[in-house]
Design a protein around this ligand. Structure first.
Ligand code: URQ
Ligand code: ZN
Ligand code: ZN
Length: 496
C-alpha cells in the first residue's frame, strides 16, 4: 500500500520543514517537495497540518492483573485508543509475581499482546531474585530484544523490590548492557503510613495521597539513583510526580550521571483536589501511584520538561472501571491503583505544552516520541521521520478543536481523567507501519496487526560505563605464602 502524505510540514525533534512523505511497504520511502503521486497510491492531504513521528508511550499496563482484578483496557482496545490519539507504539511491562519464573511471565505477556493493533515492546520487571532470574535476564537481552528492566520500589508485600534485589538486578543489567527503570516510592514508608492513616479513621480515597507524600518518592528516587551511580548502570525513573524526585534526577544529571526521567501527562495537568471530591467514584477513579500532587509540583514538572531534566512523557495507562475501584469503598488501600490517558496524551501535551509556548513543536516531538526511541534504543526505526524508518506517522491538525470525554473516547474505561478538557490540536490521520489506521475520526485497525519491537542493548557505551563503574578495588595485598624461614642465629663468620 503506497501512501503519499502531501502538502504538510514535517516536524521532527530536530527541525520543521515543508515536505511530502511517501510511504510504501511499511517504511518511509521518500521525503521531499512535490513528490509525484505514484500510480495506485492513496493520498493524505496534509495541507496546513504537521507530519510528525507517531507518539511512543513508554509506560502502559494493558490488561494488567493487579490488586485482585485486571486492567480493563487490553492490548487490542488499548493500542487502538492510542492510535486514535496519535500514539503508534507502546512499551508495556511484564510483571512476574514474586517467585514466578521470569521467562514464563514473559511468554504469558507476549501471548496477551499478540492481539495488539499497534507495535509494542516490553520492559521486564524484576520482583524477586535468584540465579534463575539472573539467567533469564541474560536470555531476555540476548534472545528477546529486552534492554530495560523495571523495579517497583513500592507495593510492599506484592511486587516490591528491596535494595538487595535492586543491587543484584542493577549489577546484572550493566553486565548485559541494559538500562534499569524504577517506580520510586519507599514501599516500607507507604505501608506504614497507609496503616497509620487508616487507623486514624481516614478510609476514603482522600487517604491515598496522605499515605504517599512527595518525600516518600524523593527518597526512593535518590536511593535508586545512588545505587545506580555506584554500580555504573544508566537509570530511568518512571512517572516522576513531584519536585523531590525531579531534584534527585537534576542533581545526578548535573554531576554527569546517566539518569533519565519520565513524566505522565496526568501528573502535569491534574492536581490533588480530585481526592477531596465527595463523590467516591470520581475520587477513586483518580487513585494511582504516585498520586496527583498539588499545583506547585506541576509547575516544577513542566520546568523539568523545558530544562531537559525530564526527557519523556507517558501515561501509565492502567484502567480500572468504577465497579473495580469499589473494592476499596471502605478502605482506600484496596482501590486498584491506576488511571488511563493513552488516547489523550498527545493532544493535552500539544494544547498545554506547544500552544502555551512552554515547548516548541520540535521539543514536543522529542518528549512524546523521539527521546523514548533513543533511550530504549529503537531510534531511528521508531521516533523519526526519515527514509527507512517505520512509517509510524501522525498527521496533526493544529486547528481541530475537541472536548475530551469518556462518552466519546475509545478507551475501554468508564471515566477520563481529562473529562471536559477542551483542546485545540489533534490527530487527523494516524499511520501504523504505513497503513492509515485512523482518519475522519474513525479507527480502521486490524486485531493482531501490531508487531513486537526488539530493543537491542547499548553494547558500545556500556563497555565504557563498565570501565567507569569498576570501582577501583584496592589491589589485594599479596601475602607471602612461602613456609616461614626460621631466623638463623647470627654466627660469627671467621674470614678464612
Ligand atoms: O505502579 C504502576 O505503575 C502500575 C501498577 C499502575 N498503577 C499506578 O497506580 N501507577
Ligand atoms: Zn508505577
Ligand atoms: Zn506503571
Amino acid at each position: 500500500m503506497n501512501i503519499l502524505i502531501k502538502g504538510g510540514t514535517v516536524v521532527t525533534a530536530e527541525r520543521s520543514w515543508r515536505a511530502d512523505v511517501l510511504c510504501a511497504d511499511g517504511k518511509i520511502q521518500e521525503i521531499g517537495s512535490d513528490i509525484e503521486l505514484p500510480k495506485g497510491a492513496d493520498i493524505v492531504d496534509a495541507g496546513g497540518q504537521y507530519v510528525m513521528p507517531g507518539g511512543i508511550d513508554p509506560h502502559t499496563h494493558m490488561q494488567l492483573p493487579f490488586m485482585g482484578t485486571v486492567a480493563s483496557d487490553d492490548f487490542e482496545t488499548g493500542t487502538a485508543a492510542g492510535l486514535a490519539g496519535g500514539t503508534t507504539m507502546i512499551i508495556d511491562f511484564v510483571i512476574p509475581n514474586p517467585q514466578q519464573n521470569v521467562m514464563e511471565a514473559y511468554n504469558q505477556w507476549r501471548e496477551w499482546a499478540e492481539k495488539s493493533v499497534a507495535d509494542y515492546s516490553f520492559h521486564v520487571a524484576i520482583t524477586w531474585w535468584d540465579e534463575t532470574v539472573s539467567a533469564d535476564m541474560e536470555t531476555l537481552v540476548k534472545e528477546h530484544g529486552v534492554n530495560s528492566f523495571k523495579h517497583f520500589m513500592a507495593y510492599k508485600g506484592a511486587i516490591m523490590a528491596d535494595d538487595e534485589i535492586l543491587v543484584n538486578s542493577f549489577s546484572k543489567a550493566i553486565e548485559l548492557g541494559a538500562i534499569v527503570t524504577c517506580h520510586a516510592e519507599n514501599g516500607d514508608l507507604v505501608y506504614a503510613l497507609q496503616q497509620k492513616i487508616y487507623d486514624m479513621g481516614i478510609t476514603g480515597p482522600e487517604g491515598h495521597p496522605l499515605s504517599r507524600p512527595p518525600e516518600v518518592e524523593g527518597e526512593a528516587a535518590n536511593r535508586a539513583i545512588r545505587i545506580a551511580e555506584v554500580l555504573g548502570v544508566p537509570i530511568y525513573i518512571v512517572h516522576n510526580s513531584c519536585r523531590q524526585s525531579l531534584e534527585a534526577i537534576t542533581r545526578a544529571r548535573n554531576e554527569g550521571q546517566r539518569v533519565y526521567g519520565e513524566v505522565l501527562a496526568g501528573h502535569l495537568l491534574i492536581d490533588d483536589s480530585v481526592y477531596r471530591n465527595k463523590d467516591f467514584d470520581f475520587a477513586a477513579a483518580h487513585v494511582m501511584s504516585p498520586p496527583f500532587r498539588s499545583p506547585d509540583h506541576q509547575k516544577e514538572l513542566w520546568h523539568g520538561l523545558q530544562s531537559g531534566n525530564l526527557q519523556t512523557t507517558a501515561t501509565d495507562h492502567c484502567c480500572f472501571c468504577a465497579p473495580q475501584k469499589a473494592a476499596g469503598k471502605d478502605d482506600f488501600r484496596l482501590i486498584p491503583n491506576g488511571t488511563g490517558g493513552i488516547e489523550n496524551r498527545m493532544e493535552v501535551l500539544w494544547h498545554h505544552g506547544v500552544s502555551t509556548g512552554r515547548l516548541t513543536m520540535n521539543e514536543y516531538v522529542a518528549v512524546t516520541s523521539t527521546n523514548a526511541a533513543k533511550i530504549f534504543n529503537i531510534f531511528p526505526r521508531k521516533g523519526s521521520i526519515s527514509v527507512g524508518a517505520d512509517a509510524d506517522i501522525v498527521v496533526w491538525d493544529p486547528e481541530a478543536i475537541k472536548t475530551i470525554s469518556a462518552k466519546t473516547h475509545h478507551q475501554n474505561v468508564d471515566y477520563n481523567i481529562f473529562e471536559g478538557m477542551e483542546v485545540k490540536g489533534s490527530a487527523s490521520n494516524t499511520l501504523s507501519r504505513g497503513k492509515i489506521v485512523f482518519a475522519d475520526g474513525k479507527l480502521n485497525v486490524e486485531r493482531g496487526a501490531g508487531r513486537y519491537v526488539d530493543r537491542p542493548p547499548f553494547a558500545t557505551y556500556y563497555d565504557a560505563m563498565k570501565k567507569r563503574a569498576a570501582v577501583k578495588q584496592p589491589t589485594a595485598v599479596k601475602r607471602d605464602t612461602r613456609p616461614k624461614r626460621v631466623a638463623m642465629k647470627k654466627k660469627s663468620v671467621i674470614k678464612r
